[in-house]
Each structure stands twice: as C-alpha cells, then as structure tokens.
Design a protein around this ligand. Structure first.
Ligand SMILES: Cc1cc2nc3c(=O)[nH]c(=O)nc-3n(C[C@H](O)[C@H](O)[C@H](O)COP(=O)(O)OP(=O)(O)OC[C@H]3O[C@@H](n4cnc5c(N)ncnc54)[C@H](O)[C@@H]3O)c2cc1C
Length: 545
C-alpha cells in the first residue's frame, strides 16, 4: 500500500472505529437502532465505504506483491480512499455532536495536516483523468489480475460464453420482455453454472464463492436478467438446504438443482409484506391428501421472480397461525409446480389446489418476469418442508442464511452491470465527436470515466473480499451485505453517469446503456431494500456486539 493510501486509510479506520464504538453505546449495542435510524444509517454507510476502500487498497498491495503491480490500480486505491475520507470528514463536520467522537481524535486523524494533504493530492482531478485515459485505452475492459487460477479460468470461460451466446440475445429479450431462451438455460446447465456452490457430493461443482462471483459478474455484464440473475435463485435455496435440510432432502433436491433440471423461484414477499418478513401471512395448514401427510398453502405472494418458468418455489409460509409468534411461526417449503413461459399462468392439482400467477410489468430486469401469485389449498408433501418436522418455525432463519449468499452474489451482479456500462461508455466516448474532437479528449469526460472505473474497482474488490471470507466461514452476514449495499449503489451511479456521457443517445433503446440504467435500478431494491439493508443488517451487524 502506498504511504499516501496508508496515511488516509489509517485515519479513516481510526475515526470509523470510534464512530462505531460511540454508536454502540448510543444504541445499547444495536437494540436502540430504531430510535437513532438516521445516525445508524450514516455510520453503516460510512463503515461500508471505508471497508470498500480497504478492500481496494489490499488488492493494489497484493497485486504488487504478486509481481503484477499496476500504476492505475495504485492511483485508484489512493483516489478512492481519499474520496471516502473527505466524505467522512464532511459528514463528521456536519453532524459532529451525533457522532460523539472523543475530543482530539479528529485532530490527530482526518483533520491532521499530513492526512489532509494526502487526501487533496490523492483525489486531485488530474489523477482521476489519468485513470480515465487508461480506461479509454483499454476500452473499459476488466482484465485486472485475480488472485487465484480457478477464478481467472472461470472469468475467461464465462466471458466467452457471455459474449458469444448471451450478449446477442440480451437486447431482444429486454425490448420484447421475453423469457430467457431455453438455449441459454441449456448452455448454462452444460457449463455447470447452476451448481457452482453445491458441494460435489450433491452433484455440484463446489467451486467456492470467488469463482462463483466472477462468473456471475461476466454473465451480468452481458445480461442481468437473462443470465446473471438466473444463478442467484439456486444459490439462495442451496444455502438454506445445506443449513437446515435433512440429509434425504439434500440428496433429493440438490442434484437436480445443480444440474439445472429444476429451475428455482424464491417466494418470500407478499403484496402487503415486504421488508417486515416476520409478518408473512401466506398460510401452510397441516393436512393430508390421498393418505399422504402434508400442508395446504393458501395466500398471496408478490414479486416472485421466475415463478412462471420455475419448477420449484422456495416459499416462506406461516405454519403457526398465531401472528404474535412473528418469525418463529414461519417455515420454508419447496413447492413443485409445472413450468410456464408466458406472462400469466393458471394451474390446478388433481386434489383441487390452485395456483395462479401474473407477471408485473417492469421498466427493466426483464427476462425472468416477476409474478404476483395466488395459492389456494395448494398441497405440498410434508417431506418438502425444509428440515421436515424439525424445520417447523425455522423458515425465517433458513431464508436469511440463503439471503446472505444471495446478497454476495448480487455484489457480483451489480459489478457486472456497472462493468457493462463502463465498457459501453469508454467505447462511445472514443467514437463520438463533438466540437471537432472525440468526447473522451475533454478533461471532464476523462475525469468522469476515471471516477466510474475507480468506484467500480472498489465495489468489485469489496465483493471479492466478502467472497473469500465466506469461503472461510459460510455463516458471515455483514460482509456480503456491505458488498451488496455498496456495489448496487455503484451500479446505479455508474450506469447513470454512462448514460449522461452518451447524451441523448443514452436515452435511446437502441443503445444498451439505456438497458443498463433500468436494470441497475432494481439492484438496491431486492434482497432487502437499501434502507432496510443498512439498518437491519449492516448497522445491526456493526453495532450489535
Ligand atoms: C423486480 C423485482 C424482483 C423481485 N424479486 C423477488 C423474488 O424473487 N422473491 C421475493 O420474495 N421478493 C422479490 N422482490 C421483492 C423485494 O425483495 C421487495 O420489494 C423488498 O424486499 C422491499 O419490500 P417492499 O417492496 O414491500 O417495500 P417496503 O417494505 O414497503 O419498504 C418500502 C420503504 O419503506 C421504508 N421502510 C420500511 N420499513 C422501514 C423501517 N423499519 N425503518 C425505516 N424505513 C422503513 C424504506 O424506505 C423502504 O425502502 C422483488 C422486487 C422487485 C422490484
């Protein structure tokens, strides 16, 4: 790490640690977050940004240590550290009383003249312009060094597939709101993409989280909805099954999920219940059909992505009708159904249960379709309750374990969409001429491209760091959530900056950047809408102990 970056990050870390410690006291170890929501959100976001800066700096350092040092990466690491440190200093200035940082800490750290000098020089506009020039030279490509042969090979093969097979259909699927073509699903099955995190003993690749993220990124760069997001659903169900399923359930469900014989949908949200998952109302009543014990599912679900094409839905339902039990009354079911490719479907079981689905029209994230569902006495065998009898009342916790893995993957999805926008913008800026020159020759264009690439590099490295950490400890929640939080914001911002650099053509459907913008906007909404992710997951994770 350069001295400049080290100076800045040392100061930022010291301050954010004090801020976290003070916020712990203020919120009584997280119990009182709701009485201090605005402050808790500020601390959570600032801590996430500091973690992102540290991840990028660590990457620049490791790269050098591996003999792959790169000046642009070093410039990015310093510039990003400087940006977030300057932002942290400004936030503290504006809300000093709320942060409760002990006297003298700021003077010794962010306000010390050596730190301020380093911040000013590291984020000087000329530095970002140098990064931007490099981005244009490379046409925005992401060929950065990755620590690990498997991840590098995974990136290359996923990129080849994504460019050759996914990119050519991405625009058509988006503009005509089509379902992802079966040919893509078949090809992804052959590549083993549905079983990346499933252990080999259950028919998966067991390739680890980093390779999985790198593949997700490449697929999402070609199409978020018609490729990158297809592999998030099995991920969520797999993690829930591995954590809470019986051995028989793992053996029954994981191999066909890994092979892609079973497509999966995740059904948690309801029309009137989103963030407050513990209040889910869809009921699962015990009973029997044809002598077989099971549950009758009745109620409405909302926003179930891929529910039409899916063969099974991982569905959270209330097995104990007492609403006062909250999360403890919920169980997770694997609900089989026939696949449908249209925007609406209606299906009935021989025993009389019915299920209807209608896709809600959306500006982006097309290709999988997200459905409102109505279940009426839809029968599910008792063996499909994850964990069987012992799993009753544990559905919420199993679902949350799945979501941690899903969020990690969404860090990869967001980095992929932002990468697509960066590449498209770098190419456009080289080709578009105004005032007699390609627009990339203007200082402001170079500066903007430099900042886009830098924030994307930080999002990517924060996600990779979380993936490595999850390889060591599957139970972590904070790091994947921080990666999702930050990377999704970066995707929204980078796509919008890219759109502006395309001028009016950025608003034309004919240019892919307009798709990247609408696709990116969904990222901070699902798997915990941003304010909830900040308060209930990141702030709680930081302040809760
Ligand atoms: C395209 C798309 C695909 C989706 N796919 C799926 C899927 O496959 N499966 C699935 O189950 N769900 C899915 N979702 C649903 C998604 O996860 C939810 O929309 C999300 O969790 C937020 O829930 P909500 O929409 O009910 O918002 P709400 O919970 O109503 O929240 C709205 C806003 O209210 C505020 N708010 C709420 N509670 C609090 C609080 N305690 N403190 C402070 N502020 C608060 C926040 O500002 C929040 O942003 C999808 C959504 C979309 C748009």
């Amino acid at each position: 790490m350069s001295t400049e970056t080290g100076t800045i990050l040392g100061a930022a870390r010291a301050v954010i640690d004090e801020a976290i410690a003070a916020a712990r006291t203020l919120t009584q170890n997280g119990k009182g977050i709701d009485e201090h929501q605005v402050h808790a959100e500020r601390v959570a976001y600032a801590a996430t940004e500091v973690a992102a800066a540290e991840a990028l700096a660590a990457y620049a350092r490791d790269r050098r240590a591996a003999g792959q040092g790169d000046e642009t990466t070093d410039l990015m690491a310093a510039a990003f550290a400087a940006e977030i440190a300057a932002k942290l200093a400004a936030t503290l200035d504006a809300h000093e009383g709320d942060f409760g940082i002990p006297a003298g800490v700021l003077e010794r750290t962010l306000r010390a003249s050596a730190v301020r000098d380093a911040i000013r020089s590291a984020q000087h506009e000329s530095r970002f312009r140098r990064i931007g020039q490099d981005v244009v030279r490379a046409r925005g490509a992401n060929n950065g060094w990755i620590d690990g042969d498997i991840a590098e090979m995974a990136r290359e093969s996923a990129r080849q597939f994504a460019r050759k097979d996914v990119a050519p259909i991405a625009e058509r699927v988006h503009r005509h709101d089509e379902i992802v073509p079966e040919s893509i699903i078949t090809a992804m099955r052959e590549l083993g993409y549905f079983g990346m995190s499933i252990p080999e003993e259950y028919g998966g690749q067991g390739m680890g989280n980093l390779a999985m993220i790198v593949i997700t990124e490449e697929l999402s760069c070609a199409s978020l909805a018609a490729a990158g997001s297809l592999i998030t659903r099995p991920e969520i169900l797999t993690k829930a099954l591995l954590k809470g399923g019986t051995e028989a359930q793992k053996k029954t469900w994981l191999p066909p999920v890994a092979s892609g014989d079973l497509m999966v949908g995740i059904s948690v949200t309801e029309p009137d219940t989103g963030s407050d998952v513990a209040s889910v109302r869809c009921r699962a009543e015990r009973g029997e059909q044809g002598g077989a014990p099971g549950y009758f599912i009745s109620g409405a679900k909302a926003w179930c992505t891929f529910a039409g094409r899916a063969n099974v839905l991982a569905l959270l339902a209330r097995t104990n009708p007492d609403l006062k039990l909250g999360a403890k009354g919920l169980s997770l079911f694997i609900v089989p159904k026939e696949p449908f490719t249209g925007h609406e479907f209606e299906t009935a079981q021989p025993g009389g249960g019915t299920l209807t689905g209608k896709a809600d029209a959306t500006p982006g994230y097309r290709g999988m379709h997200s459905f409102t569902l109505a279940f009426d006495r839809w029968f599910v065998p008792a063996a499909n309750l994850v964990g069987e009898a012992a799993g009753e009342g544990k559905g919420f916790y199993l679902q949350m374990a799945g979501f941690a893995a899903g969020r990690l993957q969404t860090g990869g999805r967001a980095s992929g969409v932002a990468q697509a926008a960066l590449e498209a913008t770098a190419v456009y800026a080289s080709e578009r001429k105004q005032f007699g020159r390609p627009i990339y020759e203007f200082q402001l264009t170079q500066y903007k491209l430099g900042r886009m690439a830098t924030h994307l590099a930080a999002a990517r490295q924060l996600t990779y760091a979380a993936a490595r950490k999850m390889d060591d400890d599957e139970s972590i929640v904070l790091e994947p959530s921080m990666a999702k939080l930050f990377a999704c914001d970066v995707a929204v911002w980078v796509t919008q900056e890219g759109q502006l650099l395309h001028g009016g053509w950025g608003y034309a459907e004919e240019f892919a950047i307009s798709r990247y913008v609408v696709d990116a906007q969904v990222l901070p909404i699902f798997e915990g809408v941003k304010p909830i992710l900040e308060l209930k997951v990141v702030a709680r994770g930081l302040l809760g102990g």
